[in-house]
Design a protein around this ligand. Structure first.
Ligand SMILES: Cc1cc2nc3c(=O)[nH]c(=O)nc-3n(C[C@H](O)[C@H](O)[C@H](O)COP(=O)(O)OP(=O)(O)OC[C@H]3O[C@@H](n4cnc5c(N)ncnc54)[C@H](O)[C@@H]3O)c2cc1C
Ligand SMILES: *[C@@H]1O[C@H](CO)[C@@H](O)[C@H](O)[C@H]1NC(C)=O
Ligand SMILES: *[C@@H]1O[C@H](CO)[C@@H](O)[C@H](O)[C@H]1NC(C)=O
Ligand SMILES: *[C@@H]1O[C@H](CO)[C@@H](O)[C@H](O)[C@H]1NC(C)=O
Length: 498
């Protein structure tokens, strides 16, 4: 925080009078966006001895979707919260390096409240869901290995024999599925979800990688990324341009010209780390417009919206378990997953802060984003009274971010939709003229959605750009036209079909 405000001051001086040509900046590489992938790209360039770059970030602080604020005296995470996949996951290594305070989440530590506000034992149903979903993952991994076609999460769950009928069963499903993927099983890929999960939790980061840790450090999750950024940018570093919004990216075979709301940057190369949602919403202009094959890749992908709503109460009236599932009869999964932030091992208890957090996704997120805070609070209190009775106190505080409406993000994290091919994804991230390169969590086939996706793609793209500068750009792949695969399924014609 300190470091960023100082940088802002230095930029102020820069713009006002010190340099006659502050209007146009020449550099080798322009890194667009200062989130986790931007920081990683800048660090990779630096460690490779390449210092001639600038970073443009619209906000007054780095970190992007790693954002926190205070509820009462407690630091809460508005964006990413878990290190997902341990072992040699670079995010886990950073956690260790900076001794981040984390807690172990136990997704089985649950209280179930049915649609009548009655506590029930949902353990058997919840175990059944977990069982069925591992069948979906098994089927999906097998299909991935033999190059068979994808199927949606819903198709998979149904094939595995999972059918949610009652509101609490739907909440169990929502907790298991949407609360992770950010979207419904109907729209989600099974094959890519299984590969994504496998990569982070078992195959890529070594033997002890299966697990996650929730950040509860009062310095905020972003601390580890801000510290890494200090290895790149010294105090008053002119290369860091905070509070600067990219308006237009003009690219040609020779260079990239970036028009911001403050100045013009002429670069040999640019690395865009804008979220795929920002690219989809046309919040930044591209000149010339990106080619259709690339636009299709971008438009076809999904940036899910995942909204955590934090309520602070004068006292705790909910159960001690880490999570409470409510079988909301109004709508599947609506206000149904509540996390007790004062559970044992989470935030300190006994103080003034008693935080209960509920998560909504997609259409429910869009809906709360369009409502006033007071309207949302009223609606939530109505739900809590159905769960706990009328005798509960009003909250002292409520906080939630509006990720989807924010033109710097347009959502929370990406989810691979059913129908998106590997080749669409390659097209989405393919460079333009070997001048504009693309990084960020959504461009990671293995770790999309996760912090390690952002971190690893940032480093990889920087290494590619460095190769362009020092030698010759590496070969990139894209598919100008995509055709249906030739039917390779075994064709059997029989009189009697069994
Ligand atoms: C609610 C939520 C929960 C999450 N939970 C987890 C989790 O538990 N574990 C996990 O691993 N991951 C989680 N994630 C995902 C994780 O936060 C992201 O994968 C990661 O932070 C993305 O980093 P990035 O650099 O790719 O993108 P971003 O962080 O989006 O970085 C892009 C940057 O570009 C800037 N920018 C945008 N437009 C402009 C412009 N026009 N001009 C200048 N700058 C601009 C933005 O301000 C931003 O700083 C979560 C995300 C959210 C939102
Ligand atoms: C506020 O939180 C900080 C950090 O967790 C802690 O050190 C401090 O004692 C807290 N203050 C109050 C008044 O609770
Ligand atoms: C809840 O159900 C599970 C599985 O059926 C059982 O093992 C457990 O003992 C039950 N818990 C309580 C508190 O009854
Ligand atoms: C930069 O990233 C590349 C690709 O991930 C990696 O091989 C290389 O080790 C990184 N360089 C440094 C100095 O971190």
């Amino acid at each position: 925080m300190k470091f960023s405000s100082i940088a802002v001051i230095s930029l102020g001086l820069l713009a006002s009078n010190h340099f006659a040509d502050a209007e146009t900046i020449h550099t080798k590489v322009a890194i667009l966006g200062g989130g986790v992938s931007g920081i990683s790209a800048a660090l990779n360039l630096t460690l490779n001895g390449m210092d001639d770059f600038v970073m443009v970030e619209a906000r007054d602080i780095l970190g992007g979707r790693a954002q926190n604020t205070k509820v009462g005296n407690t630091t809460i995470e508005l964006g990413c919260n878990w290190v997902q996949g341990l072992g040699s996951n670079p995010i886990n290594l950073l956690r260790q390096k900076y001794d981040l305070k984390t807690a172990v989440t136990d997704y089985g530590d649950l209280t179930y409240i049915d649609e009548n506000g009655k506590k029930i034992n949902g353990t058997a149903k919840n175990n059944e869901y977990a069982d069925r979903y591992s069948k979906v993952e098994e089927m999906a991994s097998l299909r991935a290995k033999s190059n068979q076609v994808d199927f949606s999460g819903r198709t998979g769950l149904s094939l595995a024999g999972w059918f949610a009928k009652t509101p609490i069963e739907q909440s169990i499903e929502y907790f298991g599925y949407d609360w992770e993927m950010g979207e419904t099983p109907e729209v989600s890929s099974s094959v890519f979800a299984a590969l994504n999960d496998e990569a982070s939790y078992s195959s890529d980061f070594g033997p002890d990688s299966d697990g996650d840790l929730m950040n509860i450090d009062p310095r905020g999750f972003r601390h580890i990324f801000l510290e890494e950024a200090k290895r790149v940018f010294k105090k008053n570093d002119k290369r860091l341009k905070l509070n600067t919004k990219v308006k237009t990216v003009e690219y040609s075979k020779d260079k990239v010209t970036i028009h911001t709301d403050k100045d013009t940057i002429i670069a040999d190369y640019a690395i865009s780390t804008f979220s795929v949602g920002v690219l989809q919403h046309r919040d930044v202009q591209w000149k010339p417009e990106m080619p259709d094959w690339k636009l299709e890749g971008i438009f076809g992908f999904h940036l899910a919206t995942y909204t955590k709503i934090f309520l602070n109460f004068p006292k705790q009236f909910w159960d001690e378990t880490q999570f409470t599932l409510y079988g909301n009869p109004t709508s599947r999964g609506l206000y149904s997953v509540w996390e007790n932030m004062n559970a044992k091992g989470f935030f300190p208890t006994g103080g003034k802060d008693n935080i209960f957090m509920v998560t909504v996704t997609q259409d429910y997120s869009y809906r709360v984003e369009s409502m006033s805070d007071d309207e949302v609070k009223k609606e939530l209190m109505g739900v809590l009274r159905k769960m706990y009775g009328d005798d509960i106190p009003e909250p002292t505080d409520m906080v939630f971010p509006r990720w989807h409406s924010d033109p710097l993000f347009r959502g929370s994290y990406s989810n691979w939709p059913i129908g998106e091919l590997d080749q669409h994804h390659e097209n989405m991230k393919a460079p333009l003229h070997n001048r504009v390169f693309f990084a960020g969590e959504a461009t990671s086939k293995r770790y999309y959605g996760f912090l390690q996706g952002a971190w690893i793609t940032g480093g990889e793209i920087a290494a590619k750009v460095n190769q362009c500068i020092k030698h010759k750009c590496p070969v990139s792949t894209y598919y100008p036209t995509l055709y249906n695969a030739k039917a390779k399924g075994s064709i059997i014609k029989r009189e009697v079909v069994v």
